[in-house]
Design a protein around this ligand. Structure first.
Ligand code: SF4
Length: 342
């Protein structure tokens, strides 16, 4: 476990040992549910979850101002609200909420990590570097305004990025080390940071209800219905498409290439942007405005006016999106599935 200073534990509360922290502060979880002076902290935790799940983290009133906790009393409030959020999400047991919360918290931590990385000096081994090393097994070093990491680490962690700028060929490499800005360094680990926080929420068995927490858990259960995906008949869809829909239904992250495949397939099948958009509602990073914009772009109703085609089976195989079954025999695009076999 990393040793954390006061501000650091508020910025990176997922690094804290929750049980240990509560013990050191002299509290039990039950006290938060029953002590009227502590009850507002559950409300603060509820608001933190709600803001994260809405994709509007700024609406949560954090006690961290300009990278520092605003005052001594604010520190425990900030840490407690995170720890109580984890408890509420565990009690609620809805993976979609947990994943949306985790992604939002990962992005929050990412902004602190970036600022902290910018402030460290060459050759030092300060907390941001140790976080990246300990949590993600990446060896990084400060090099002037950049951070460098071994090519093997870079390849392992950039594998899910499909944008051109992340291809190794487009990176500055010297002596087997890849150069990244602080922003790129933390962006590289966002997904894994989200996965790390999600695992803190979803691992272990669901705890028993804590008196005083019921109202918030019930509110979250009602709220989670907003993210349920409308049922889509997948009977005639090929396995790659069924798999992509299942991933979204579970609230898991579908890579950009998978989203592209699913959207272009459904558009080619005659579904409208309005019919397709709700499918992505369950994705941890869902943003309605961006989704509609991207779907319109793929449909050719905005931008260049070109409608994009569903990728070929061969291309999907190279992207690890193909889950072929015997009925896929001899087809070259998912759009042919079911036609030849009839
Ligand atoms: S062979 Fe084609 S249609 Fe079948 S699962 Fe693979 S990509 Fe999809």
């Amino acid at each position: 476990m990393l040793a954390l200073g006061q501000d650091e534990i508020a910025k990176y509360p997922f690094l804290a040992d929750a049980g240990q922290y509560l013990k050191e502060q002299g509290f039990t979880l039950e006290q938060f549910g029953t002590d009227p002076d502590l009850a507002p902290l559950i409300e603060k935790a509820y608001n933190r979850i709600h803001a994260a799940c809405e994709g509007d983290p700024q609406s949560y009133k954090s006690d961290i101002i300009e990278n520092q906790v605003s005052n001594t009393a604010a520190l425990p409030r900030e840490v407690f609200s995170f720890l109580l959020s984890i408890v509420l999400l565990k009690l609620t047991g809805i993976p979609t909420l947990a994943k949306r919360f985790a992604l939002s918290e990962a992005m929050r931590a990412e902004s602190y990590l970036e600022k902290d990385l910018k402030n460290i000096s060459n050759g030092s081994n300060e907390l941001p570097i140790r976080i990246i090393e300990d949590l993600f097994s990446i060896t990084i070093k400060k090099h002037d305004d950049f951070f460098v990491m071994p090519i093997s680490d870079y390849i392992k962690h950039s594998v899910y990025f499909h944008e051109r700028e992340w291809k190794l060929i487009n990176r500055h490499v010297e002596n087997g080390q890849v150069f990244l800005t602080p922003h790129q360094t933390v962006r590289l680990v966002r997904k894994e940071l989200g996965t790390y926080i999600t695992s803190k929420i979803l691992t272990g068995k669901k705890p028993s209800m804590i008196p005083g927490f019921e109202k918030f858990v019930n509110n979250l259960l009602s709220y989670s219905k907003k993210f349920s995906v409308s049922v889509v008949s997948t009977g005639e869809y090929p396995p790659c498409i069924k798999h992509a829909i299942e991933v979204l239904e579970k609230g898991e992250n579908l890579p950009h290439s998978g989203r592209f495949m699913l959207a272009t397939f459904l558009l080619s099948k005659g579904q409208s942007v309005d019919q397709i958009a709700p499918l992505f509602k369950n994705a941890p990073d869902y943003n309605e405005r961006v989704t509609i914009y991207q779907l319109n772009h793929l449909a050719g109703t905005s931008g260049s006016g070109t409608q994009y085609s569903c990728p070929s089976c061969e291309k999907l195989r190279t992207q690890s999106l193909c889950f072929a079954i015997p009925e896929c025999d001899n087809i070259i695009t998912p759009l042919q599935f079911g036609k030849r076999t009839k």
